[in-house]
Design a binder for this molecule. Structure first.
Ligand code: PMP
Length: 401
């Protein structure tokens, strides 16, 4: 008998498992709206032109493949903090931010979770209900207790703002509050600027520690600055907080695993100590991060021409998603005779739309219509083309009724 008899079969991942099921489907109408990855109008993966340009430059220069330091590429760490807070922001000038390169958003969240487990024993992380599925896994694996705060209101398919504020107020003082910087995943529902102010108020009153997950900067509105407004509001107030960043979506560097964890501290001295401990956590886990994606980001951001080209491509991607969002809405309104109000689709922002379809209805989407999506009713609009909007509208209307 095998020594591994005691190891049972793990369930498939609810998000990545959708892509596997999609691959196995032979129907030609099939549509993969599961994973959040940008596709062209032809539904093909897209490598940004500016990324190819930076890679060619790197090849010409003959950059070497030596190990990076544990904290990653210095030019990347500088660029990533500046993109987040704005170059010349006091927290940067006063060296109050501990930034280390992470293995994309996921790895950066995981480092922060390990720091919380080590230095804030017993502290709880509050996550939105619902949230990106991997958040729970990350905190579970790091042995950090978590609970949920109300976020989504199924009645309005909008934000349960009162519930959110109440739950943040009721959490034990000094809890970590996980917030999506922009383009909330899976709902696509973000607080308004006025609501962000109130969220910051209660967090400050209760001495909580905000923990931002920023996976879509520039990808939601098309503007890097606009999408960082929530984070910058908290920085203006002189609060201490965490920010995990990812370049998977906005630079299309999914498989390069490039991101960062930033800890904003109230003094440069605290930031130095925090950074030293983040490095200590990273060393036995993966020793040091990969260089390729870090160099791409540093090159693109560090060159005015390429930076401009990136912004233009990001606007183009965000624009295509907005266009299919509008087109899906138009198709639903013109085809649906039930009088249902579909305007919630237009109010949502970013890559996803939360359709309000329940699990049985989502199953109907897949089993009858070959539309692959997560069972929480989320569809990725980045995987939708103009040509497929009418078909998707038919599938949604059929599944709803
Ligand atoms: N947070 C959120 C909310 C996300 O949607 C994602 C990507 N799906 C991530 C973090 C991290 O992704 P990655 O590890 O590819 O950067």
């Amino acid at each position: 008998p095998s020594r591994f008899e005691g190891i049972t079969m793990a369930p498939p991942d609810p998000i990545l498992g959708v892509s596997e099921a999609f691959k196995a489907d032979t129907n030609e109408l099939k549509l993969n709206l599961g994973v959040g990855a940008y596709r062209t109008e032809e539904l093909q993966p897209y490598v940004l032109n500016v990324v190819k340009k930076a890679e060619n430059l790197m090849l010409e220069r003959g950059d070497n493949k030596e190990y990076l330091p544990i904290e990653g590429l210095a030019a990347f760490n500088k660029a990533t903090a500046e993109l987040l807070f704005g170059a010349g922001h006091p927290v940067i000038k006063e060296q109050k931010v501990a930034t280390i390169q992470g293995l994309s958003g996921t790895g950066s969240l995981r480092l922060a979770a390990a720091l919380i487990e080590r230095y804030f024993p017993g502290a709880k992380v509050l996550i939105s209900a619902p949230t990106w599925g991997n958040h729970k896994n990350i905190f579970n694996d790091a042995k950090v207790p978590w609970s949920e705060y109300r976020y989504y209101d199924p009645k309005t398919i909008g934000l349960d703002f009162e519930g959110m504020i109440e739950d943040i107020k009721e959490a034990p003082e000094g809890s970590f509050i996980l917030l999506h910087g922009c383009a909330h995943n899976p709902t696509g529902i973000d607080p308004t600027p006025e609501q962000w102010v109130k969220i910051a108020d209660v967090i400050q009153e209760k001495n909580h520690i905000p923990f931002f997950d920023v996976a879509y900067q520039g990808f939601a509105s098309g503007s890097l600055d606009e999408d960082a407004a929530s984070v910058r509001l908290f920085a203006e107030r002189g609060m201490e907080f965490f920010v995990a960043q990812s370049y998977s979506k906005n630079l299309g560097l999914y498989a390069e695993r490039i991101g960062a964890i930033n800890v904003v501290c109230s003094s440069a001295d605290a930031a130095t100590r925090v950074k030293s401990q983040l490095k200590r956590i990273a060393r036995p886990m993966y020793s040091n991060p990969p260089v390729h994606g870090a160099r791409i980001v540093a090159n693109v951001v560090g060159d005015a021409t390429m930076f401009g080209e990136w912004k233009a491509e990001m606007e183009m991607m965000a624009g295509r998603i907005k266009t299919v969002r509008q087109s899906l809405y138009d198709s639903l309104v013109s085809k649906d005779k039930s009088g249902k109000d579909w305007s919630f689709i237009l109010k949502q922002i970013g890559m996803f739309s939360f359709t309000g379809l329940n699990k049985a209805q989502s199953d109907n989407m897949t089993n009858k219509w070959h539309v692959y999506m997560t069972k929480d009713g989320r569809i990725s609009l980045a995987g939708l083309s103009m040509a497929k909007c009418e078909y998707l509208a038919d599938a949604i209307i059929d599944s709803y009724h």
